[in-house]
Design a protein around this ligand. Structure first.
Ligand code: GLN
Length: 484
């Protein structure tokens, strides 16, 4: 069963070839047997999943089922789930059963999808390797000595190892696309405002966006379609109907104009990754697309601007974790100041503290103009570069990450080199654009991701381009050894 796509499983459920309870038990069995090697789950919600599966089976029988009814999914532990621990990968929230469901959680459960558990992630989604999690690192199923990427590494590894057919993620600077690339699966981050952030624990609110992981663009489209939509409880949610992402999957790519930013193919890109990407681009030529070189002149400013804006917003967002209202509280405080400082000092890990310190510094009175204001101005320039490019092309493509999965521990002590893992992904968050990674080959047995960036609300276009590529290639069907 684990070799089947979401579309195939949904068809089996409707035809009565299997039940949701069987699918759910099969997923739980694989997690029990294989996840000890990967550490991709923080919490497995076995009883709740079986109850949901039985309810889904009743819906299927009654003829009241949608495409996700009865399908098991893994949920990033950043989304609030009522009564279920929602840790965000942090000691700070290790004791936190969320009192309510995030909008995304609610939408998926209402669609009849079966939540199998909550996935491991970098602490508060800060990281590119899953090594900052309080619950220990996640391993890459293609090579267990290597990282799965981050911050949504657990969600990516769980799909790559076929523990579940689909999962959720969030992407502030690349946290869906980079782990999708490193694990050889499909991951899409939609336009900012397309998926509600209500109940999605905030890292950097102007950049955070939820999205989906799957083995194929088609499955990712179904999952994203169920997650997306206007939500009056999120003030940045966009009130605009959700496109039918499945309806456009089969549109031919004849005449599609693909822009290749010269800045994404230069120094810093691993040569073998670059040539795998070139081969993928040739496939698009064969599909009838026209490839043109473009320039995003401010591309090299994306990482520095992000590492001012994201820490600034996180220093504000994470001030709510004070040891008083919820989360970790230090034992036997002497006084209020001691309660605050020790609760935060003991509850947060090193990377989170580093970001809070950078952010508080960048926002402080004497430095605001020099750092935060400047970063916001750069952000505008980056957005303008993209808008100009989209006057000329329909989709922008390049590598998702500069290298394949690196070894555990390899970059853990070198934050700047870690930050550069997101050099190609961050600009889409700064501009609020939709972007996706699809599997596009292997280098020495490790997956390579092709990155697609679209214009605002062009998720359907990206999924279509991904799906067409997946009709003529089979990278997305490869399963890591030991997980077949
Ligand atoms: N790796 C980036 C960071 O550490 C992006 C993380 C994310 O997208 N949540 O901030």
């Amino acid at each position: 069963m684990h070799r089947k796509s979401l579309v195939e499983l949904a068809a089996d459920l409707r035809a009565g070839a299997c039940s949701s309870e069987e699918l759910t038990r099969a997923s739980l069995e694989r997690i029990g047997r294989l996840d000890g090697r990967l550490n991709s789950f923080i919490t497995v919600t076995e009883q709740q999943a079986l109850d949901a599966a039985r309810a889904a089976d009743a819906r299927l029988k009654a003829g009241d089922a949608g495409p996700l009814t009865g399908i098991p999914f893994a949920h990033k532990d950043i989304f609030c789930t009522r009564g279920v621990k929602t840790s965000c990968g942090s000691r700070m929230l290790d004791n936190f059963p969320a009192p309510y469901d995030a909008t995304v959680t609610r939408k998926l459960l209402d669609a009849g999808a079966v939540m199998i558990g909550k996935t491991n992630m970098d602490e508060f989604a800060m990281g590119s390797s899953n090594e900052t999690s309080f619950y220990g690192p996640v391993k890459n199923p293609w090579d267990e000595m290597r990282v799965p990427g981050g911050s949504s590494g657990g969600s990516a590894a769980a799909v790559a190892a076929r523990l579940v057919p689909v999962s959720t993620g969030t992407d502030t600077g690349g946290s869906i696309r980079q782990p999708a690339a490193l694990c050889g699966i499909t991951g899409i981050k939609p336009t900012y405002g397309r998926v509600s952030r209500y109940g999605m624990i905030a890292f950097a609110s102007s950049l955070d966006q939820g999205g989906s992981f799957a083995c194929s663009a088609e499955d990712a489209a179904i999952m994203l379609g169920a997650m997306a939509g206007f939500d009056e409880r999120d003030s940045t949610s966009v009130d605009r109907p959700v496109d039918d992402y499945q309806a456009t999957l089969n549109a031919p790519l004849q005449g599609l104009k693909i822009g290749l930013p010269k800045e994404y193919f230069g120094e810093g890109l691993d040569a073998a990754v670059g040539s795998a990407v070139e081969t993928a681009l040739d496939e698009y030529r064969k599909l009838g697309a026209e490839l043109v070189e473009i320039s995003l002149p401010n591309a090299q400013l994306a990482v520095p601007a992000y590492y001012v804006v994201a820490p600034a917003e996180c220093s504000s967002n994470l001030s709510r974790f004070d040891g008083v209202r919820f989360g970790y509280r230090a034992a036997d405080p002497k006084d209020l100041a001691d309660l605050y400082t020790r609760s935060r000092g003991e509850g947060f890990g090193a990377e989170v503290k580093r970001r809070i310190l950078i952010g508080a510094y960048a926002l402080s009175a004497g430095y605001y103009d020099a750092y935060y204001l400047k970063a916001q101005q750069i952000r505008r320039l980056i957005r303008e570069d993209f808008l100009k490019a989209f006057e000329q092309v329909d989709v922008i493509m390049g590598p998702t990450a500069p290298s394949t999965a690196f070894k555990l521990g390899e970059k853990a002590d070198d934050p700047v080199s870690m930050y550069l893992s997101d050099i190609y992904t961050i600009a889409a968050n700064l501009a609020g654009l939709p972007a996706m990674s699809i599997p596009a080959g292997f280098v020495e047995g490790l997956p390579v991701g092709l990155h697609l960036i679209g214009n605002y609300f062009a998720e359907g276009r990206l999924l279509n381009a991904g799906h067409q590529y997946q009709q003529v290639t089979d990278w997305h069907r490869q399963i890591p050894q030991g997980f077949e």
